[in-house]
Design a protein around this ligand. Structure first.
Ligand code: NAP
Length: 345
């Protein structure tokens, strides 16, 4: 019988962590979840996935090097998925130092510990399309020059190059997955897609009558489903050698389009009125204001458009998505309506 593989996942309490843990458990892995202590329950998503009891949890923080060393030394895992990060672009403008330390230096700590204590461990780094920022080419590939537009993007770019460097300098099996935006009903409510669906769900069940407040409606993103993307993380670690891959849908939609699409699920037909900060989104039938602009949500430097070309991943990993954009919108909106109706949004 084949030996059971061990995988460590950082950021297991986040959106991707839950989907990845579920996927690896189904594959028969022993899953070690690294978690930072929280004053409130951070395991909600893992409980909703129904896998909370199947994971061994270990205390961890990206900034605690000695703790990382002890963990790597103790488990010497087959695979290490580093999903933990200060992952919110907006917050990174307010907390640039912490974001750089966690998302940049935190990765160096892990790579150093792997190099020193467990060089056979295969490492996955959660890189991001935000590294392309002010895009230099359309669509973006593994070869497109980077131009990050936020402290988050800059810190992740450092981590990306460290991941590449440890592969080339020390022969470690490391992968950088440049994942474009991926969403799901498990997305944090601070992220724009889930902010919209959770607020619309409250409007739908009558828990609020206030419109959702948004920033730049014209930003365009390449949106996929998180459940599809985590499978690619695993596949990246099952090849002959580590590498860098873009995972994307090669389709882009504006936030405005996302609003319109999820509104349809609620039975609303959005009409836009006014311009700039005075623009509002109104339900044609009832005249109810569903969306308004709040300049507070504009970014100091905007990323206008992202669209990825996943040709390499298609060829090497057999990448394909099971959930398309419309199905994703529907899934997210329906789940939030259900949660709102059950009082657990
Ligand atoms: P997420 O939901 O925001 O989850 C982030 C995770 O990191 C949480 O489990 C959080 O723990 C943990 N974390 C944050 N700071 C930490 C620290 N100092 N020490 C230990 N753990 C810490 O993010 P996600 O959407 O699942 O994304 C997973 C990874 O992919 C992130 O690195 C993100 O930057 C990257 N990424 C995401 C996307 C996307 O569209 N989702 C696209 C490209 C790349 P708590 O529960 O304690 O907060």
């Amino acid at each position: 019988m084949e030996k059971q593989k061990t995988a460590i996942i950082t950021g297991i309490t986040g959106q991707d962590g839950g989907y990845l843990a579920k996927f690896l458990l189904e594959k028969g892995y022993k899953v070690i979840g690294l978690v930072r202590r929280g004053a409130t329950d951070t395991f909600v998503k893992l409980k909703e996935h129904g896998i909370f009891d199947k994971i061994e949890f270990v205390d961890f923080d990206l900034l605690e090097f000695t703790n990382i060393c002890r963990i790597i030394k103790k488990y010497r895992p087959d695979e290490f998925y580093n999903l933990a990060a200060q992952s919110f672009v907006g917050v990174s403008f307010e907390e640039p130092i912490y974001t750089t330390e966690a998302d940049g230096m935190g990765v160096v700590y892990i790579l150093e510990a792997i190099r020193e204590f467990s060089p056979h461990t295969r490492y996955y780094q959660a890189s991001t399309s935000e590294m392309f920022g002010k895009v230099q080419e359309m669509p973006q590939t593994e070869k497109t020059p980077f131009y990050p537009r936020s402290p988050y993007g800059v810190a992740k770019l450092m981590a990306h190059w460290m991941t590449t460097n440890y592969r080339e300098s020390f022969g470690l099996y490391t992968c950088s997955g440049i994942l474009f935006n991926h969403e799901s009903p498990m997305r944090g409510k601070e992220f724009v897609t889930r902010k919209i669906t959770s607020h619309f769900a409250e409007l739908y069940v009558g828990k609020t009558d206030k419109p959702v407040e948004l920033g730049n409606l014209n930003s365009k993103r390449d949106w996929g489903f998180a459940g599809d993307y985590v499978k690619m993380m695993w596949l990246m670690l099952q090849q002959d050698h580590g590498d860098t891959y873009v995972i994307a849908t090669n389709e882009t939609h504006s936030i405005r389009e996302f609003v319109e699409e999820v509104a349809k699920v609620c039975g609303w037909d959005i009409e836009w009125k006014g311009e700039g900060v005075d623009e509002i989104g109104v339900d044609k039938k009832t005249g109810k204001v569903l969306v308004k602009i709040n300049p507070k949500f504009y970014r100091p430097a905007e990323v206008d458009i992202l669209i990825g070309n996943p040709e390499k991943a298609k060829k090497v990993l057999g990448w394909k998505r099971d959930v398309d954009y419309n199905a994703l919108c529907k899934m997210m909106m329906e789940r939030d309506i259900e949660r709102a109706q059950n009082g657990n949004l």
